[in-house]
Design a protein around this ligand. Structure first.
Ligand code: 13P
Length: 337
């Protein structure tokens, strides 16, 4: 299995392009049904399976998407869905050389004994679910837990986040899925960038401690970090150069070069901010492939353009390609606004 994972990330297993390849990143469309409902509500649509399928079909059948996107993270419902013509979504992805991935965590719940913080469920039954997802065509997995700066974070919350990620990563590798490790440090708060740096260093130190303790193979994981920025309510915004400097400093202090790729989340940044920040990150040579795994920063314009109308599908797909291309250029460090 470990050998298989190496091939998937670094090589060309299953005839699929590797995820961490130049000019490529991940399209995250693994919103839970509840979160997808919020996105649909923003354009006046009901949260029905028909509407979720229509939206995901629009995204996953975008012609030429594979030029910029090498992996797509799906929610469980989507992994088993097909187009209205009966083609499985996983086959649509394969035809574009995009590796199908699956969100395997079961979401956040309150963490008793913490400072109003949460923990991420989903370890029970994970091995058998992972094996089923593999059979359905998934080749990588994602587990998102969160850490809140305004709530502390407490030592308990950080430990639980790190331990859960490490257990998940080991189980995923054991079942042939390459794990994306995502401790999202939420943007909320009015703290300065230095405070985010401090918390991120603490969180990643613990994550790697427990990854090692669980014998996770570092060559067979991808990371999905938050960029190191000031809190969303901080009085001053940071420039892309500053964000890149802090984020790369943090990663170089904490992430071994054996890890092949860093795929950032957008975390509520605007589409343009997410692209400019990624571009700034790629102005220097980095020990890892530094790229994107955006949900909102790839989908906001798409949703606005689509509005749920079949006649807008083509324009909405063009909007997706435009964002994907911009981020592809940013991965190469050659984006200009
Ligand atoms: P955003 O890019 O919208 O933060 O979402 C990425 C993601 O998949 C969070 O888990």
């Amino acid at each position: 299995n470990y050998q298989q994972m190496n091939l998937l990330i670094l090589g060309n297993k299953h005839g699929l392009k590797s995820i961490a390849s130049p000019g490529h990143g991940i399209l995250a469309i693994d919103e839970s049904n509840a979160t997808c409902g919020k996105r649909l509500a923003s354009i006046g649509l009901d949260n029905t399976e028909v509407n979720r399928q229509a939206y995901r079909q629009l995204l996953l059948t975008t012609p030429g998407l594979g030029e910029y996107i090498s992996g797509a993270i799906l929610f469980e419902e989507t992994l088993y869905q097909s187009t209205t013509d009966g083609k499985k979504f996983v086959d649509c992805l394969r035809d574009e050389n995009i590796v199908p991935g699956i969100k395997v965590d079961k979401g956040l719940v309150p963490l008793p004994g913490s400072n109003n913080e949460s923990w991420c469920q989903g370890l029970d039954g994970l091995a058998s679910r992972s094996a089923e997802y593999y059979k359905q065509g998934a080749r990588f997995a994602k587990w998102r837990t969160v850490v809140s700066i305004p709530c502390g974070p407490s030592a308990l919350a950080v430990k639980e986040a790190a331990w859960g990620l490490a257990r998940y990563a080991g189980i995923s590798q054991d079942n042939g899925l390459m794990p994306i490790v995502e401790p999202e440090i939420l943007l909320d708060g009015d703290h300065p960038i230095e405070r985010t740096l401090e918390v991120a260093e603490r969180v990643w130190a613990e994550v790697f401690y427990y990854l090692a303790e669980n014998n996770v193979m570092f060559e067979g994981i991808l990371l999905k970090p938050s960029m190191v920025t000031p809190g969303a309510e901080h009085k001053e915004k940071a420039s892309p150069d500053t964000i890149a400097k802090y984020t790369l400093t943090m990663l170089k202090r904490r992430v071994p070069p054996a890890v092949p790729g860093i795929m950032f989340l957008s975390g509520g940044q605007s589409e343009m901010e997410a692209t400019l920040n990624l571009n700034a990150m790629n102005q220097s040579a980095n020990p890892w492939h530094v790229s994107f795994s955006y949900a909102r920063a790839l989908q906001n314009s798409v949703l606005k353009t689509w509005q749920g109308s079949p006649e807008n599908v083509e324009a909405a797909q063009k909007a997706l390609l435009a964002r994907a291309k911009a981020n592809s250029l940013a991965q190469l460090g050659s984006y200009s606004a």
